[in-house]
Structure formats: structure tokens, C-alpha cells
Design a protein around this ligand. Structure first.
Ligand code: ADP
Length: 359
């Protein structure tokens, strides 16, 4: 088991800096997910923790020891990659036993660990098979088995589910989470998939362009994103936004005046926002309510998307495309107008220029 601390970690390739001073403390036993768009530096950061990439600056502590210049094998880490990297000519058992054999452990010492890992990962009846006779999910489980028998203090997962089809991804995500609940080891998990981050993490680290945008528990980030980037990155369909200028509302308090003249009353205390400033309002699709009366914000429905469990209505508000999600089956047709209510406690407000949350 190991806590991990990153202080002012940066990475430069030649003259180009790609990771800019990362500070992150990971508790012993915590499952932390690094999430962000492709190219934001997640893999580079993880590879620096693994020792596969040199750290250009800052301090990396693993289990209380400075690890910047430790060789990968001295860090007591196991890593699972997107490509399973199994040896095609070796059986499942031998693939899992590969590490212990290289380390010259006796087979009587590692055999029970392999059997326990195989049982835990439902691979017990496949130990004699070659990788080509396994499904994608089973192969990924073998890769995890190999990581588990090392009994590492820290597990690193780099997009381990990206090669699997959608259904298997959902299943494996549950399995990895269950594995963590059993082993209670420290996990750093890299993904670009915000649903994986939301469902698996104890804490999510949202990255963008080599920096951390926000760190927090999944639902805390979902409910109170610190800025426009996090607000738009987490959630599917993503949060709806409307840009406008803050004005005094005729009924008192503040309103946001959109480009098309629509005024939306705001719940925010005037002290935290200035009349005349540009602001962006955000509301999640599932929080927008459709009204039977016409006194809400009007939207012409352009597309109706039934998913079975819910229906998505798409249209434009203030020039931006909005999505409204309803749990009810909807009779609304494209071309019809709907009247929308944006409940006060579900309105997020951001400074348009800086992107920062305003309350
Ligand atoms: P992510 O994992 O979030 O997709 P990466 O960590 O792979 O992002 O990459 C972060 C940035 O670093 C990208 O802009 C990428 O082009 C750059 N990068 C990664 N590896 C190298 C390298 N060996 N040399 C130069 N630039 C690199």
C-alpha cells in the first residue's frame, strides 16, 4: 500500500513543456482517475509515476520515499495498458507467471497467488488456454491477473478498456472497481472517458492542456464544476450553455440577457457578479423542466431523440444548441415550440472571459 504525492511535477520534451506543475496528493488505498481530452498530458503524468518517462522537475513521493530517480522495478508498481501485451505463445497461467519467473521466485511461492488471482478474475477454467482463444475481456483480465500477482503497492491503469466494445467496457469497469474494493490498493487510472471517471473514481482529477482544472469526488465535480471546462467535460449529454450580459431584472435581482434578447432571471447574489459583465449560464439537460404554460424560456424543437429510458429534445437557445432530457415518453414533434423552466438551484453561472464559476 502506498500514498502518492506529486509536488510541482512538470515535463518538457526539448523546448516544449507538456505538463505544467502538477500538485496532487493521493491517499493510501484511494482510486484516483485522471481524466481529460486526448493530449492533455494524462499518460505522460502516469508514465512519470511509473518511471517510464523522466521527470523534468518537481518531486514524486511513493509510500513516503522520493521516487524521481528510482528505476520502474524499484517502485513496487503494476501497470495495465490499453494493449494487453500478452505473450501469444504462452498459456494464461504462464502469462500471469511471467513476472514471478523473471524475478526467479519459486513456483511454490507464486502458484497460490496465481490461483487466487485467476479465481478472483474468473479465469480459473482458462489457465491452459493461449491468448488467441480468449475474448477481449478475458485477455484484459489476464493482463490484470499479471498486475495483481505482483502484489504491488500501487496500480496504474492507462486506458485499459479502450480496446473493448461498449458492453464489455461497462462490465470490466464494474470488475475493476470490485477488484479494488477487495484489494484496497492505491490506484491511478487514466481515461478520456468521463463516464468511466464518474463511475469508478473515489476522486477525479480533471486535466486540460497539462494542468489540473479541478480535483474532487465525482458528484461534487458534477454538481459544482469550478469552471466552464469541467462543466462541459463531465456529463452526457453535456451541460447546456447560454452566453449573455448581466443586467438588472425588471422583477428585481439579476438576469442574463442573451444575444436574442431573452432574459433569464438568475438566482445568484448580485455581489458576486457585476451588471454589464459577460457571463455564461449552464444547466444540465436533466435539470431543464418542460412547462405546459408558455411563461418559460421558449425553444423550437429541432430534433427528438428517444433512447428508450429517456427522450432528448434538441433546439437552440441564445444561438447555442440545447438538449432537454425527459424521463417521460414525449409526443413533441420537430418544429414545435416548448416552454422551459430553468430551476434556480440547478443554474450554474460562469465568468465568460475567465471561465470561472461565479458563486
Ligand atoms: P494524453 O495521455 O492526455 O492523451 P499525452 O500525455 O500522451 O496525453 O501527451 C501530452 C502531450 O505531450 C501531447 O501534446 C503530446 O503530443 C506530447 N508528447 C507526448 N509524448 C511526447 C514525446 N515523446 N515527445 C514530444 N511530445 C510528446
Amino acid at each position: 500500500m502506498a500514498a502518492v504525492q506529486l509536488s510541482g511535477i512538470f515535463k518538457r520534451y526539448g523546448d516544449t513543456q507538456v505538463v505544467h506543475g502538477i500538485d496532487l496528493n493521493i491517499d493510501d488505498g484511494e482510486f484516483v482517475v485522471l481524466v481529460g481530452p486526448s493530449g492533455c498530458g494524462k499518460s505522460t503524468l502516469m508514465r512519470m509515476v511509473a518511471g517510464l518517462e523522466e521527470i523534468s522537475g518537481g518531486d514524486l513521493m511513493i509510500g513516503g520515499t522520493r521516487a524521481n530517480s528510482l528505476a520502474p522495478q524499484q517502485r513496487n508498481i503494476s501497470m495495465v495498458f490499453q494493449s494487453y501485451a500478452l505473450y501469444p505463445h504462452l498459456s494464461v497461467y504462464e502469462n500471469i507467471a511471467f513476472g514471478p519467473r523473471i524475478r526467479k521466485e519459486s513456483s511454490s511461492s507464486f502458484k497460490p497467488r496465481i490461483e487466487a488471482a485467476a479465481k478472483m478474475l474468473n479465469l480459473g477454467s482458462y489457465l491452459d488456454r493461449l491468448p488467441r482463444a480468449l475474448s477481449g475481456g478475458q485477455r484484459q483480465r489476464v493482463a490484470m491477473g499479471r498486475a495483481v500477482v505482483r502484489e504491488p503497492s500501487l496500480f496504474l491503469f492507462d486506458e485499459p478498456l479502450s480496446n473493448l466494445d461498449a458492453k464489455l467496457r461497462v462490465q470490466m469497469r464494474t470488475e475493476i472497481k470490485a477488484l479494488h474494493q477487495r484489494l484496497k490498493n492505491t490506484v491511478i487510472y487514466v481515461t478520456h472517458d468521463q463516464i468511466e471517471a464518474m463511475t469508478m473514481a473515489d476522486r477525479i482529477v480533471v486535466m486540460n492542456a497539462g494542468r489540473i482544472e479541478q480535483i474532487g469526488r465525482p458528484l461534487d465535480l458534477y454538481d459544482r464544476p469550478a469552471n466552464l471546462f469541467v462543466a462541459s467535460f463531465l456529463g452526457s449529454p453535456s451541460m447546456n450553455f447560454a452566453e449573455g450580459v448581466l443586467t438588472n431584472h425588471s422583477a428585481g435581482g439579476l438576469a442574463l440577457k442573451l444575444a436574442d434578447g431573452t432574459e433569464v432571471a438568475l438566482p445568484i447574489a448580485p455581489a458576486s457578479a457585476k451588471v454589464g459583465a459577460k457571463a455564461t449560464l449552464g444547466v444540465r439537460p436533466e435539470h431543464v423542466e418542460t412547462l405546459t404554460t408558455a411563461d418559460g424560456v421558449s425553444m423550437e424543437v429541432e430534433v427528438v431523440e428517444p433512447t428508450g429510458a429517456e427522450t432528448h429534445l434538441y433546439g437552440k437557445i441564445g444561438g447555442a444548441t440545447w438538449c432537454v432530457t425527459t424521463r417521460q415518453r414525449s409526443n413533441v414533434q420537430p418544429g414545435q415550440r416548448v416552454s422551459l423552466r430553468l430551476p434556480d438551484h440547478h443554474i450554474h453561472l460562469f465568468d465568460t472571459e475567465s471561465g470561472r464559476r461565479l458563486d
